[in-house]
Design a protein around this ligand. Structure first.
Ligand code: NAD
Length: 459
């Protein structure tokens, strides 16, 4: 089960991009068995050699970045300019973790009667489950540190977007990864993902996806006490104070929500604006939204493409029946393709459904606030805590608010969330654990403590 064919579409045209065999439980079990067998050898590969393979993998990705970017842009419907930047990050992620095998150092600890030392050991077979919005990027955040630490991997991409993960598997073999170290199963989450979560030979699940599926994974992992890293949903705040550079904040706000057509866990989909600056801000925001270039993902000028599926368009559209009025509506092509125009609701109340739920599409909610205290209260009035931004010229206020907002990743006078070198992950129901930066290596290793008695016999 289930077997059959996986039909992969191009969201901008609704045309079939590729058909491939759909993996099921049997293929998942076989992949885990291959990974288990490969683990014994891979963990023993000398660190400089493991590092060299990861460097070759980074080189191979860099060489093929245009081809991979085209594939990702067509399969996800994301603008080619974004896909190109993502492939740069994928190569940089493998490059960054290629340095890790030789730096996984332990400690010596002063104790009585001998020498005490710690080792960073790999976990074994790790199951990596990723979503469709940044398919290869998010896969690389997991695969690179997992392999660097000496684990072997079964990677399950989303059913809608398996193509670049399958390419990665091929590139890995060409770059010299031994057979069985990196295995990809392209099949449904309810079958292949679930099997990875339940499988007794899988030591850890690293999952990126919705909070709802994440809850099930945490519960399923409990049966075998698997380690879990969960990167889940978000409803992040973009807090704009009246003393900010309003032009800059308004120019940056649209792509902070509508980038990747709003299908971004870090989307700053709640724009909190100090009431005294609301009119000025909305005027500048309207201009910025209306000038967004929405259209063909393969056009280098495009800033926003279609959504991933018809189902996603319908889900996003359901938020327009909500309480809040539509203040700004940008342009979008007519069909075919899963298009939805960039849309701003204003004013939105923090209690409205559109302000509480992750829409995962191009709808932004503007919520006015009176002062700093109210801004923080609204920013924290959510079950999520993934990213966010603060715009102000007052440095002390920026830092006060940054410390008060319950979120994993914040930027001041910027909308960036992710860098290879820095930890990324959520507070509250946005997740458990951190990816990227040095923290990710902790998530793919266990600490072992060894005591060696040195006292002379009879002493
Ligand atoms: P999803 O939760 O539906 O699916 C994610 C992955 O889980 C897919 O590979 C899917 O096949 C698999 N899956 C589904 N059911 C499963 C099950 N029962 N057991 C095991 N695996 C299962 O998410 P999606 O729709 O692909 O992606 C959108 C969601 O991902 C949004 O909520 C978004 O916020 C979140 N996301 C989070 C981050 C982050 O880093 N925090 C990044 C990107 C996306």
């Amino acid at each position: 089960m289930p077997g059959g064919t996986l039909t992969v579409l191009e969201p901008a045209t609704e045309r079939v991009l590729r058909e491939l065999p759909r993996a099921g439980a049997e293929e998942t079990d076989a992949a885990v068995a291959r990974a288990k067998e490969a683990f014994a050898a891979w963990r023993g590969v000398a660190p400089p050699e493991r590092a060299a393979v990861l460097h070759r993998l980074a080189d191979a990705i860099a060489e093929r970045r245009e081809e991979l970017a085209q594939l990702e842009a067509r399969n996800v419907g994301k603008p080619i300019a974004e896909a190109r930047a993502e492939m740069e990050m994928v190569a940089a992620t493998f490059r960054y973790y290629a340095a890790a095998p030789e730096r996984l150092v332990g400690r010596t600890i002063p104790v009585a009667g001998g020498v005490d030392m710690t080792f960073r050991e790999p976990l074994g077979v790790v199951g990596l489950i990723v979503p469709w919005n940044f398919p290869l990027t998010i896969a690389s955040w997991k695969v690179a540190p997992a392999l660097a630490a000496g684990n072997t991997v079964v990677l399950k991409p989303a059913e809608l977007t398996p193509l670049t993960a399958l390419e990665l598997e091929r590139i890995g073999l060409e770059a010299g990864l031994p057979e069985g170290v990196l295995n990809v199963v392209a099949g449904p989450g309810s079958v292949c993902g679930r099997r990875l979560v339940e499988h007794p030979d899988v030591a850890k699940i690293a999952f990126t996806g919705s909070t709802e599926v994440g809850r099930g994974i945490a519960a399923g992992a409990a049966a075998t006490i698997k380690r879990v890293t969960l990167e889940l949903g978000g409803k992040s705040a973009n807090v704009i104070f009246a003393d900010a550079d309003l032009e800059r904040a308004a120019a940056a706000a649209p792509l902070a929500v509508f980038g990747n057509a709003g299908q971004d866990c870090c989307a700053r989909s709640r724009i909190l604006v100090e009431r005294s600056a609301l009119d000025r801000f909305m005027e500048a925001l309207e201009e910025a939204v209306e000038s967004l270039r929405v259209g063909d993902p393969l056009d280098p000028e495009t800033q926003m493409g279609p959504l991933i599926s018809r189902e996603q368009v319908e889900k996003v559209a359901s938020y327009l029946d909500d309480e809040a009025p539509v203040a700004i509506r940008g342009a979008a092509p007519e069909g075919p393709g899963f298009w939805f125009p960039p849309t701003v609701l204003c004013p939105v109340d923090s209690a409205d459904r559109s302000a509480r739920e992750e829409i995962f599409g191009p709808i932004a909610c503007v919520i006015p606030f009176a002062d700093e205290r109210e801004a923080v209260a609204i920013a924290n009035d959510t079950i999520y805590g993934l990213s966010g931004s603060i715009w102000t010229r007052d440095g002390a206020k920026a830092l006060r608010v940054a410390r008060a907002i319950e979120t994993g990743v914040l930027s001041i006078n910027s909308n960036t969330s992710v860098r290879v070198q820095t930890p990324f992950g959520g507070f509250k129901q946005s997740g458990v654990g951190r990816e990227l930066g040095p923290d990710a290596l902790d998530a793919y290793t266990e600490v072992k403590n060894v005591f060696y008695a040195t006292e002379e016999p009879g002493a």
